[in-house]
Design a protein around this ligand. Structure first.
Ligand SMILES: [Zn+2]
Length: 270
């Protein structure tokens, strides 16, 4: 029996201290792919807690170059480079991202890793630039990447074809734009940021920060007719009530399934 599992490694925004930055892995028949890596060495902690073996991770995708998504990539490179040198990792490791993120990853890695690790970049560790609309394969699944047209910095989302034919779409960490409609409409799974509750908009100021609320996300998911909505990239001052309160707000408009996962939660997506 085949299965595909979403493993949430972090659920918070950039400045959280009570959970990890938003990033996740997908396991497909014993193969893993990683999306973003959080803001530092905590990615190694989360990977260990989630029991994801690095030797089974051969592809990752990076949405954009902000600290809370890209700094952890250097730690993933260091970990895999170490394993390669110890002959504990077979094959190559490939990081897919847009041109600007590729530049950042290569620069930081060259500047902060010793030569014995950084020399593996371009040898067995590949940083591969992808363009808007391009199709790649991660953990045996087809992924189409798209520019979310961020007003801040260039960012890519993606749509993954799950083995059962379902459509799994990640919109990155900024509000939805119409340009992404063909990728998000009728998605079986939609991963979407919700910075805070609408009820708390005066405290956390989501709109000033180009983010949305659980209420907005629920409306969007209903409009787009998605089946399963997953919210992440939130504030961390209400973690104890987050699942219940965010679900309740999104539920005001959305009739499908709602997920507000905690760090390290696993969701069976097929
Ligand atoms: Zn972010």
């Amino acid at each position: 029996m085949s299965h595909t599992k979403l493993i949430i490694l972090g659920t918070g925004n950039a400045m959280v201290t009570k959970c990890f930055n938003t990033c996740f892995a997908i396991e497909n028949e014993d193969k893993y792919m990683l999306v973003d890596a959080g803001g530092g060495n905590g990615i190694l902690v989360q990977m260990e807690k989630a029991k994801i073996p690095f030797e089974k991770l051969h592809e990752m995708f990076v949405t954009h170059g902000h600290t809370d998504h890209i700094i952890g990539v250097v730690w993933v490179i260091r970990k895999i480079a170490t394993m390669m040198r110890q002959e504990k990792y077979e094959g190559d490791f490939t990081i897919y991202c847009h041109d600007l993120s590729a530049e950042i990853i290569k620069s930081i890695a060259q500047m902060t890793l010793t030569k014995k690790f950084s020399s593996l970049i371009g040898d067995r560790i590949h940083v591969v630039e992808v363009k808007d609309g391009e199709q790649i394969v991660l953990a045996g699944m087809k992924m189409k990447v798209f520019d979310i047209l961020s007003t801040k910095d260039k960012q890519f989302g993606f749509t993954l074809d799950l083995p059962n034919g379902q459509k799994f779409t990640c919109l990155g960490d900024e509000p939805y734009k119409e340009h992404c409609e063909s990728y998000a409409k009728n998605a079986d799974w939609l991963l979407c940021e919700a910075f805070c509750l609408y009820e708390h908009r005066d405290i956390f100021k989501p709109y000033e920060k180009h983010h949305s609320t659980a209420l907005d996300t629920g409306k969007l998911a209903e409009e787009l007719k998605v089946k399963n909505l997953l919210m992440y990239h939130t504030e961390d001052k209400n973690l104890d009530i987050r699942k219940e309160a965010y679900t309740k707000e999104a539920r005001e408009n959305f009739t499908g399934n709602i997920y507000v996962p905690d760090d390290l939660e696993e969701i069976c997506i097929y």
